[in-house]
Design a protein around this ligand. Structure first.
Ligand SMILES: NC(=O)C1=CN([C@@H]2O[C@H](COP(=O)(O)OP(=O)(O)OC[C@H]3O[C@@H](n4cnc5c(N)ncnc54)[C@H](O)[C@@H]3O)[C@@H](O)[C@H]2O)[C@@H](O)CC1
Ligand SMILES: [K+]
Length: 503
């Protein structure tokens, strides 16, 4: 499924109208009807006892909600009030026409033009048990203030079941950030497909359940570049095992990491790799730190090194490398290791402190798409010499531009994780907040490492890797709860996840 920018959505609206020979008013009519039907499918609403308030803005999102209002009216829903928020001079043509149609049907319409109306607004909202809001859609382009703020605040104070049209008002369509305040919806009815802002940052906490409605948007000349990953996209990438195989067929992988106080990280990576199917999994650790290792998992080989020759010896027969878990930043030796790794033809996933070393060696990066980096927003900011706030504002461009510039794959971890391979972006949105726990990233690194070692294409290793990680995380959350689950619990559920995926 593709994910659109707000600009692309608007262009597709225009293109569809032109190609089908319909006006944008007619498109709005279709949208309104589809949204109305979707609402009734998702929520039982009684025409006599339920009290509906529809809150509209002056843009086309408001227009959509006014069409919805007309359908309710025509189907004899008795308790229906409409509140129009904003300056009537700003009504779009389509919205103006739909307002007129409602007036002709004697709808009960109220106007929230200034603060004086707030008391009445509160009263109207208090009575409602269903709110449908179309204050702002993907046209929101600045912070929400004044009466708009009050309108949204009122909705959030109410206990009514709240339905947002296209996107909860106050969520930015281009990055999912709250513009001062945003509606907390129970149900969001998204038109055509996900826009970027439906997926990133604060979006998930505001949308409630998401439903998509098809309004017949044409995409025949559109080449999508952004996709939402779904389970079906990764299912066929993992093959059933053949009988006539041995452990080296599933890859011997190596995690390079560990330092004082951070020995657990490489273990989690190496163990997650084994649980994800690697034939052999080793940890290379600087000899100085060898005493710190307590070999928790007997299946994992621990290979100490002191100098470059010893390290090169460890590299023999390895299929893929993870560089960084628990590595620390105190020594210069990792520079030499990474410099070498960037020259050899092995896929590599770089995470955590490994990214610090990687930044210094960016000018040496030549391996076309064989390097995967897995930063969170803070690490992405470090790589780009900017702030996490800036990354939040436009994570898609950050990942895309970095990937394009260095021909590497950027797996940018967040509430929705982005995987960028040059100008193609995959959104992955399946995990849960319980996965925000120490070591969770090391587990992801280990899973991706394992898949690289099993010779999946690096981009596929990322797609499958984030999916295994979140599905296992979801099982862990189900069993232990989001508060209590820890990173090793995610590893514990990798087997069950893989059993489901490889059937
Ligand atoms: N052809 C159509 O009529 C279609 C319309 N659609 C709907 O149209 C929406 C987009 O419509 P618009 O582009 O009119 O935009 P919106 O309805 O999202 O509203 C934007 C309006 O509010 C103003 N505004 C933006 N931020 C503000 C702020 N913080 N405070 C006060 N005012 C602010 C803008 O200047 C503009 O007038 C979509 O989300 C969707 O719901 C879709 O249904 C597709 C078809
Ligand atoms: K809305």
């Amino acid at each position: 499924m593709e994910v659109l920018t707000t600009k692309e959505m608007k262009e597709l609206d225009r293109y569809t109208c032109k190609k089908k020979g319909i006006s944008s008013l007619e498109l709005m009519e279709i949208a309104g009807e589809k949204i109305y039907k979707c609402i009734l499918k998702e929520k039982e609403i009684d025409p006599v006892t339920d009290k509906i308030v529809i809150i509209s803005g002056t843009g086309n999102n408001g227009g959509d909600s006014l069409v919805v209002a007309r359908h309710f009216l025509e189907e004899n829903y008795k308790n229906l009030e409409i509140i129009l928020v904003g300056n009537l001079d700003h009504l779009t043509e389509e919205t103006k026409i739909n307002l007129k149609k409602l007036k002709e049907r004697n709808a009960r319409i109220y106007y929230f033009k200034n603060y004086d109306f707030y008391k009445d607004y509160e009263k109207l909202i208090k009575k409602a048990n269903i709110i449908i809001e179309g204050i702002f859609g993907i046209g929101l382009n600045r912070d929400v203030e004044g009466i708009y703020y009050q309108a949204i605040d009122g909705i959030n104070r109410s206990e009514a079941y709240t339905i947002s049209i296209d996107i909860p008002s106050g969520i930015r369509g281009d990055n999912g950030l709250i513009a001062g305040i945003a509606v907390k919806a129970d149900l969001s009815i998204i038109i055509h497909t996900y826009k970027v802002g439906n997926l990133l940052n604060d979006a998930k906490d505001s949308h409630g359940k998401c439903k998509i409605v098809d309004i017949g948007i044409l995409e025949d000349v559109f080449i999508p570049k952004q996709f939402l990953l779904q389970e079906k996209d990764i299912k066929n990438l993992l093959k059933k095992r053949r009988h006539n195989t041995h452990k080296y067929d599933y890859g011997s992988v190596l995690t390079i990491g560990g330092s004082i106080g951070m020995m657990g990280a490489p273990f989690m990576s190496a163990y997650a790799a084994l649980r994800s199917g690697s034939g052999l999994s080793s940890i290379a650790v600087y000899e100085k730190y060898l005493d710190l290792i307590y070999p928790i998992y007997p299946e994992i080989m621990i290979r100490p090194y002191r100098k470059k020759e010893e390290f090169l010896e460890i590299l023999q027969k390895k299929e893929a490398i993870a560089f960084g878990p628990g590595l620390g930043r105190k020594s210069d030796f990792p520079f030499y290791i990474l410099e070498h790794l960037l020259k050899v033809d092995l896929p590599i996933v770089i995470d955590a402190d490994g990214l610090y070393y990687f930044k210094e060696l960016l000018n040496k990066v030549k391996k076309e798409n064989k390097i995967v980096i897995t930063p969170h927003y803070g690490e992405m900011a470090m790589l780009l010499d900017t702030t996490s706030e800036n990354i939040k504002r436009d994570p898609v461009s950050a990942a895309k531009e970095f990937s394009e510039k260095y021909s590497i794959i950027v797996l940018l971890k967040g509430t929705t994780t982005l995987i960028a391979q040059q100008d193609k972006i995959y959104f992955h949105s399946l995990g849960n907040p319980g996965m925000a726990t120490a070591g969770s990233g090391d587990v992801l690194t280990g899973i991706v490492l394992s898949l690289l070692g099993q010779r999946l294409k690096p981009i596929d290793a990322c797609k499958v890797g984030v999916s295994i990680h979140s599905l296992a995380g979801n099982l862990a959350a189900k069993e232990m709860g989001q508060y209590s689950m820890i990173a090793t619990d995610i590893i514990k559920y990798i087997p069950k996840t893989l059993k489901e995926l490889v059937k």
